[in-house]
Design a protein around this ligand. Structure first.
Ligand code: CDP
Length: 217
């Protein structure tokens, strides 16, 4: 069984997908964390986003591993725990440009299809229901007002010890949504047949419950 959960930045995908996977006892895959890890790796290696051959070389050697497939609590890049680092503002500012690069998407999608092909899985991202698993058993598209999303993300950043104003965060989220929605490769769009859920009006438990109920029906 494949459950696809897509939506714009900070719409509640990770918390919801993680909760749904735990409730159903199946694997959870955070595909955004994969693009964030690649972004961090390219930054750490000083690889230019214009240098496609170095990017391909990097993709051929890089290893992304998840610490706990049910909670997705840890992520490792070539054995290094990068769980917190990939949430930093420095990575967030670059990830949408990195994830628009075709060879990077092809490589990540291949890994995602392999994981989803081997196990029942909840995958969350931007293109799961449209490109990665267009035949997913269930497709959900999460949305929420931009201010609600910005407040959530400020709370996450605060936990990492970083600060931003609400205005800066709203601008960042709008910018990332725009880049993600207008890129050539796998733009963020609601997949055909996806059920839209506005998480601004629900509690975390409420949104998990809603999805689990639809699946169990
Ligand atoms: O959690 P948040 O909404 O901030 O973003 P994320 O899910 O961690 O994804 C970070 C970025 O990776 C997005 O803004 C997209 O640019 C990219 N992404 C993508 O292109 N395709 C996916 N399937 C998942 C993420």
């Amino acid at each position: 069984m494949i459950i696809a959960i897509d939506g714009p930045a900070a719409s509640g995908k990770s918390t919801t997908a993680q909760g749904v996977a735990t409730r159903l006892g199946i694997t959870y895959l955070d595909t955004g964390a994969m693009y964030r890890s690649i972004t961090l790796g390219l930054m750490d290696h000083g690889i230019s986003l214009r240098d496609l051959s170095s990017i391909e070389e990097f993709l051929n050697t890089v290893k992304i591993e998840f610490g706990d497939s049910n909670s997705g609590s840890k992520i490792y890049l070539n054995g290094r725990d990068i769980t917190d680092k990939i949430r930093s503002t420095a990575v967030t500012e670059k990830v949408s440009v990195v994830s628009a690069i075709g060879v990077i998407r092809e490589s990540m999608v291949q890994i995602q299809r392999k994981i989803g092909g081997n196990t029942d899985c909840v995958l969350e991202g931007r293109d799961i229901g449209t490109v990665v698993f267009p035949d997913a058993d269930f497709k959900f598209f999460l949305v929420a007002d931009v201010e609600v999303r910005a407040r959530r993300r400020l709370k996450d950043l605060d936990e990492l010890g970083e600060e931003q104003t609400i205005e800066e965060m709203i601008a960042d989220i709008r910018c990332r949504d725009e880049l993600d929605s207008t890129r050539d490769h796998s733009p963020l769009v609601k997949a055909e047949g996806a059920i839209e859920i506005d998480t601004g009006k629900l509690t975390i438990d409420g949104q998990i419950e809603k999805i689990v109920n639809i699946i169990n029906q």
